[in-house]
Write a protein that binds this ligand. Structure first.
Ligand code: NDP
Ligand code: CA
Length: 309
C-alpha cells in the first residue's frame, strides 16, 4: 500500500493524512531531459555531480518509487528504456511519445528525442485504450505531443481517462497565445475520446495561472479544475519549478494536475519543496534531480451522478 501523503500546509482541514481506501495516486513530473539539463539549460549553480545521469537516474526512480503512484505522467523523458526496465519490475507498464523534432537531438551525447510518458500500476489499472497526438496549432502540427489513456480500475471496473502533455516553452505574447491554441487542441482531443469518464489532465503547460491557456483548461465547459489550487485554498502554489539559469532566478508555477470535480474527489497532495529545502542553488541539486518538482495527488472516484436516485 502506498505511503500516506503529507497534507499541504495551506490545504483545507479536511485533507486526510492517511491513504483513503479505494483511492488512486497520480504523479505529474517534468523530470528534466538529460541532454537539455547538461547542454542547454545553463544551470550554473548546480553541482556537476548532480547533473550526471548516473546520479539522476537513481534519484528520479527513487522519487517515483517513494511515492508509489498508480499513474505517473512524465515530460522531458529522454531515457525511456531505463525507466521502463526498472518500473516494469515493480509492476508498471508504460507508453512513450517522442517529440517530432526534439531539441535533444541537436545536443552532444544525446540519448534520442525527449517526449512524454505515462506509466500505470498494472495491478491497479488495466489499459483499455491508448492514443497519442502531435498537438496542433491552427490545424498545423507543432513540436509538442500528448498521450491519452483510458485505464480501468481492476477491482471496480471504473474507467479513468489520463492525458499528459508538455506545451511549448519560452515567454512572450505570441508563445502565450500559441500555448492557448495548444490547450484548445488538447481539449478537442480529449472530447473525441473521453465521453463522460472521470478525467485527469497532467502536464508541464509552460504557463503561469495568469496565461490564457490556464483559463482555457478550467473553463466551466471543460469540467476540469486544478487539484493543487483546491489544495491551496483556491490559488495555485507559488512555484512548481525553481532554477538558476545564468544570472536569472527562475521561479514559476507552470505544472498542473487538472481533474473532473464532478466525478473525482481530491483526498490530498504533496507539497512542493520549500525555499530552505532547495537552498540557494535551487534545483536541480543532489536531492532534487529536476528543476521541476513532482506533483502528487490522491483521488477517489465519486459515485456516478446518473446512478443516484
Ligand atoms: P521548446 O521551446 O518547447 O523548448 C524545448 C525545451 O527547452 C523545453 O524542454 C524547455 O524546458 C527548455 N527551455 C525552456 N526555456 C529554456 C531556456 N531559457 N534555456 C534552455 N532551455 C529552455 O522547444 P520545441 O519543442 O519547440 O523545439 C525547439 C525547436 O528548436 C525544435 O523544432 C528544434 O528543431 C529546434 N532546435 C534546433 C537546434 C539546432 O541546433 N538546429 C537546437 C535546438 C532546437 P521547460 O519546459 O522545462 O521550460
Ligand atoms: Ca526543461
Amino acid at each position: 500500500r502506498p505511503p500516506a501523503l503529507t497534507p499541504t500546509k495551506s490545504s483545507p482541514a479536511s485533507t486526510p493524512t492517511r491513504k483513503v481506501p479505494g483511492s488512486f495516486r497520480v504523479m505529474q513530473w517534468n523530470i528534466l531531459a538529460q541532454a537539455l539539463g547538461t547542454h542547454a539549460d545553463n544551470f550554473v549553480k548546480c553541482p556537476p555531480a548532480a547533473l550526471q545521469w548516473n546520479t539522476r537516474k537513481y534519484r528520479i526512480l527513487e522519487e517515483i518509487i517513494t511515492h508509489q503512484p498508480h499513474v505517473v505522467c512524465l515530460q522531458e523523458v529522454d531515457h525511456y528504456k531505463v525507466l521502463e526496465q526498472v518500473l516494469a519490475k515493480l509492476g508498471y507498464q508504460g507508453v512513450f511519445m517522442p517529440k517530432p523534432d526534439s531539441p535533444c537531438l541537436y545536443l552532444p551525447n544525446n540519448s534520442g528525442p525527449d517526449g512524454c510518458a505515462i506509466f500505470w500500476d498494472n495491478t491497479k489499472f488495466k489499459l483499455v485504450s491508448k492514443e497519442t497526438r502531435i498537438v496542433e496549432v491552427w490545424h498545423v502540427q507543432s513540436n509538442q505531443v500528448a498521450i491519452l489513456l483510458i485505464l480501468e480500475e481492476r477491482t471496480s471496473g471504473k474507467q479513468l481517462v489520463v492525458l499528459t502533455t508538455h506545451l511549448k516553452a519560452r515567454q512572450g505574447a505570441l508563445l502565450s497565445s500559441l500555448r492557448n491554441e495548444q490547450g484548445k487542441d488538447l481539449l478537442a482531443f480529449l472530447s473525441e475520446h473521453r465521453q463522460i469518464h472521470p478525467t485527469i489532465v497532467c502536464g508541464d503547460f509552460n504557463a503561469e495561472p495568469s496565461e490564457p491557456v490556464y483559463a482555457t483548461m478550467i473553463d466551466e465547459r471543460t469540467g476540469l479544475a486544478s487539484a493543487y489550487a483546491l489544495l491551496h485554498g483556491g490559488k495555485e502554489p507559488p512555484y512548481s519549478t525553481w532554477k538558476v539559469r545564468g544570472e536569472q532566478d527562475c521561479c514559476h508555477n507552470i505544472d498542473y494536475i487538472f481533474y473532473t470535480p464532478l466525478s473525482l474527489h481530491v483526498e490530498g497532495g504533496l507539497d512542493v519543496p520549500t525555499e530552505d529545502d532547495l537552498g540557494p542553488g535551487r534545483a536541480p541539486n543532489l536531492a532534487y534531480p529536476s528543476d521541476h518538482f513532482s506533483l502528487v495527488c490522491d483521488f477517489t472516484f465519486l459515485p456516478n451522478p446518473d446512478a443516484r436516485t
